[in-house]
Each structure stands twice: as C-alpha cells, then as structure tokens.
Ligand binder design. Structure first.
Ligand SMILES: Cc1cc2nc3c(=O)[nH]c(=O)nc-3n(C[C@H](O)[C@H](O)[C@H](O)COP(=O)(O)OP(=O)(O)OC[C@H]3O[C@@H](n4cnc5c(N)ncnc54)[C@H](O)[C@@H]3O)c2cc1C
Length: 507
C-alpha cells in the first residue's frame, strides 16, 4: 500500500555514501540503460548545477540477466550526445551497419538493410555486451556532481498524497520507500519519481498503473568468437529453423578478436530446459545456419555445456501504459516493451531520456524551490513518448509474427516481406527507417503495412518456389495472411491515433 509523507524538506547534499538528502529534485529507480541515460541527460540539462538526482538500484553490480546489446543509430546518437560513446568504444563496443536477413541460410540471396542508406541519420549503430554497457554508463553518470548512485537499494513502495489513494490518478507521488544493506529502510522525497526499473516495474505497480504484460517466450544466447559471417558488422537474421536466430558483434577485444552474440528464439512452452537445451539447439536450430558458422556454434554449445546451462531470458510484450502520472514518469521498458526481434528496446529508453531531459533543459532557469519537471513538462514528455512507442510496438509485433509464426498466415506474410524487400532499394530503406525508429510518421507506417499486405497476394501467386509451395498451400498462405492482417487493424489504428490525437487529450 502507498505510504504517506509530510511536507517535503529543502534539498541538501548527502554527506556520505550511506546518507541521503532530505529531498531530491528527481529520484530515478533503476540504474539500467534508461536510468543511467536519464541521470546523465538531466545532469547535462542542469547547466547551473543546482539540482539533485538520486539513482537507486537493487543490484550492486549490473543486473546479471542476459539482455539487449544492439542499438540503432537513433539510440547511438543519444549515447553520442550524452558523451558515453568514447568510453563505450574504449570498453570494446562495436559500431554496426544494419541487418542482413536470410530466409534460408544457404540457398537464398540475403536481403541487406544498411543503416547508411537511411537519409539524415547517423550511418552506424553501436553494439556492446550488456554488462559492459551498463557498467560504463553507471560509472560516467555517477561522476556528475548532481548525481548520487546508491546500490544495493530496492524500492519497496511509493509515498503518495493523499496517503490512501488507490491509484496514481487520484494521488501525487512524492517519494519512495527503499530497503538497503543490513535491512535499513528509508523514506526518500522528490518532486519527481522516475520508474526506470524495467518491464516488471515495481514502481508502476505501487503507483496502481495496470500491467498487461504477456510472456512471449524465451531468448537463449551464446557468445561466439570470430563468427564466420559474410557481414560481420551487421545483425544477421537466420530464418528457417523453429524460431529466428540473430548473430551480431558485441565486443571487439584488445587483441582484435570480434566476439558475436548468437540468439535463439524459443517458444513459451520450452521444448528443453537446463542442460537439455544445448543438445536441443544443436539438433533443431544449428542445421539452419550457414555451414561454417554452424560448426562454430556447435563447438560453442559443447563448450558451454561443460560450464553450465545456456544463458536465457524471458521475452515479453507490454502494451505501453500511460507514461506519466502526477509526480511520476515511466521510461525504458517500464513504459512498454516488445519482443527483442527489432532490437529497439534500448533505443526507446534512450529516446525517453533525451525527451524528458529536453523538458528539464527548457526549465533549467526556474527557481530552485520550484518543481524542475512540473505537470506541464510531464505532459509534453508524454505526448512525445506516445509518438514513437506505438509505431515501434506495432512493427515489432508484426515482424515477430512474420518471422516466428509457423501457420499459413505467418508464412505468407514472411514470404511477402522478402518479396517486398527484394522489389527495390526504396522499399528496403523505408522498412529500415521504421525498424530502426528513425521514421515514425503514421502515414509511412500505414502505407508500408498496406504495401506488404498487397505483396502477400502477389508473392504467393508467383511460382518462384513452386517445388516447395504447391498452389493449394500458397492459396492457404494468402488466406491465412489476409486473416492475420485483419487482426492487425486495431493495432494499426492505435498507431495512427497516437500520432494524430490532439495534445490536449493527453491527461
Ligand atoms: C533477450 C533479450 C534481448 C534483447 N535484445 C535487444 C537488443 O538487441 N537491442 C535493444 O535495443 N533491446 C534489446 N532488448 C531489450 C533491452 O534489453 C531492454 O529494452 C533494456 O534493457 C531496457 O532497459 P531499462 O533500463 O528500461 O530496464 P532494465 O535493463 O531492465 O533495467 C532496470 C533496472 O532496474 C533495477 N530495478 C528493478 N526493480 C527495482 C527496484 N524495485 N528497486 C531498485 N532497482 C530496481 C534493476 O536491477 C535494473 O538494473 C532485449 C531484451 C531481451 C530480454
């Protein structure tokens, strides 16, 4: 239950690592990518150095779970602007060129989607081992004099006024309760609390914001040194197996070794668990990789089996909840997440940090005893956030279904997507601009969606793979794909609405 608090006391600097100030301008819960980026962005927005920002995380070291690593140019631009990039490259981050997608590993000409082809964007993204990424971001963010990073502190509740409000709409949040080393419990006050605590956000729950999370399955990940790929600086997508596989670089070691991450997408009802997983992947997924890479992956799986189970993380779809409430903002995965197939989660979190800090810099000169990010600033942030999040979610949902689904509809859409991409450079550029979050205009999303749907009919009637796809099967694919597209109408409509809705309708 939310707890009450008395009037906030004025801000003052804490005297040691274990002390806290009586009040902060902003408390950020979660020192992952989104929380660290926001701490850094707010510190930069506070040009006069008058504000205090507290970051709390329950993990002393970086969260141990295997997580995102590939960041689109839009996200890399934010990392650049916040001054993280030199340290990340020094720590082994790799600049990356886009995607290469293969429908069948050894038989088909791959489709290349190059970031450099998207006009007015940074020509490269960046990819880095998640733990190195967060470690580096934490260190740099905490160097700002306005930022205090405290770990391991778990936020266990929020402070609201009035005390017994049932949900965030009826109350103003003005602090958190946190539990730290030795079981010490503190009440901490702030003008703004930011939930950057990931997809399972506790703060979101304490604030009474409904959680419509849906478990989609699992992603297993493996590291492969000097992976044999014709495009080693792209994220290579391999289809044809029981689920999509992705292979992309994550570390350039000092001795020149390029370490890549290989991910396997697994269903919710896991076909194998624990030590059984490696032999299952070897038997069912690995034969769908190109021959040399398959050999390397087989060896890496064998080596991993001797060490312990393959690393794995659950994947979720969380339709974007309201990103603000009085005294509260949600950023990163806490504000919505999708299947990682479009590798856009961290770019979303970085954009959230950028836009929230933009509001902070607009109010950089208000008196220090006035709320830095007031209700109006939060509303502006939410309007912006709701312009990029739904497009990305709709796209991730559509691509996930096309790449992973094994029914007739999904196979039809997958075929149509490849047909569409092969039909011209312009088509590939537009798709990549949407995929990498560079394009968010609703008419572009809608027209791309409809064009792909049109290709469902065209591509399935073309006798290109006649030996694999008899006419009866192709008709079934058309029928199934049209049905699947029909189920997406609501999704597409919500994207259009999120962009066209008048600003005053955002609470
Ligand atoms: C398998 C997998 C692969 C992915 N691949 C990609 C990819 O290639 N590219 C991409 O862009 N995205 C990818 N993603 C998504 C990406 O990992 C997330 O979007 C990103 O990590 C979200 O960052 P965040 O800071 O919002 O949340 P998190 O990374 O979840 O960080 C939340 C932080 O909050 C802390 N915390 C939680 N609860 C509390 C509490 N009560 N009190 C204090 N602290 C708390 C946690 O310890 C953690 O440090 C992938 C995700 C998965 C699962």
């Amino acid at each position: 239950m939310p707890r009450s608090a008395t009037d906030p006391a004025p801000a003052s600097a804490p005297s040691s690592e274990t002390d806290f100030a009586a009040r902060y301008d902003v408390i950020i819960v979660g020192a992952g990518v989104a929380g660290c980026a926001l701490a850094q962005a707010l510190a930069q927005a506070d040009v006069e150095g008058r504000r205090s920002i507290l970051v709390l995380d329950l993990h002393r070291e970086v969260s141990p779970r295997f997580s995102g690593e590939f960041i689109h140019p839009r996200g890399a631009t934010v990392l650049d602007a916040l001054g993280f990039m030199p340290a990340l490259l020094e720590a082994g981050a790799v600049e990356v060129d886009g995607f290469v997608v293969r429908e069948h590993a050894d038989t088909d000409e791959p489709v290349r989607l190059d970031y450099a082809s998207v006009p007015n964007e940074r020509a490269r993204g960046v990819s880095v081992h998640h733990k190195r990424l967060v470690r580096c971001m934490r260190q740099l963010a905490a160097e700002n004099p306005q930022v205090s990073l405290r770990t391991p502190w778990r936020v266990t509740d929020v402070l609201t006024q009035p005390a017994k409000a049932r949900n965030a709409r009826d109350a103003r949040i003005w602090g958190v309760v946190a539990k730290g080393p030795g079981g010490r419990v503190v009440e901490l006050r702030a003008d703004l609390v930011v939930a950057a605590d990931g997809k399972a956000s506790s703060v979101r729950k304490f604030a009474g914001i409904p959680d419509a999370r849906r478990n989609l399955g699992f992603t297993a990940g493996l590291e492969v040194a000097d992976a044999a790929q014709s495009n080693p600086l792209h994220a290579n997508v391999y289809l044809g197996g029981p689920g999509p596989m992705l292979c992309y670089p994550i570390i350039r070691e000092a001795d020149g070794t390029l370490v890549s991450r290989l991910t396997f997408d697994l269903p919710k009802d896991l076909p194998a668990k624990g030590r059984e997983l490696a032999p299952y992947l070897l038997e069912t997924f690995v034969p769908h990789l190109p021959e040399r890479l398959a050999g390397q992956v087989a060896a890496a799986l064998e080596a991993q089996a001797a060490l312990g189970p393959v690393e794995m993380a659950p994947t979720f779809d969380l339709p974007a909840p309201p990103a603000t409430a009085p005294g509260l903002a949600l950023v990163g995965d806490a504000a919505g997440c999708s299947h990682p197939i479009t590798a856009s989660g961290m770019t979303m979190g970085l954009l959230d940090a950028h836009y929230l800090a933009l509001e902070a810099s607009r109010r950089a000169s208000v008196a220090a005893d006035e709320a830095w990010l007031d209700d109006r600033a939060l509303r502006n942030f939410r309007v912006e956030h709701e312009r990029y999040v739904p497009t990305r979610q709709a796209l991730a949902d559509a691509i996930f279904e096309a790449f992973r689904g094994e029914d007739n509809g999904a196979r039809g859409i997958r075929r149509a997507l490849f047909h569409y991409w092969r039909s011209g450079e312009r088509q590939r550029v537009r798709s990549l601009a949407l995929l990498s979050c560079a394009e968010r205009r609703p008419h572009v999303f809608l027209s791309e969606y409809l064009k792909t749907a049109r290709h469902v009919v065209g591509s399935n009637m073309t006798p290109r793979h006649a030996e694999h796809f008899p006419v009866r099967d192709r008709l079934r694919q058309v029928h199934g794909a049209v049905g699947l597209a029909g189920t997406k109408v609501g999704l597409v409509a919500s994207v259009a609405w999120s962009q066209l809705r008048p600003t005053w309708l955002t609470a």
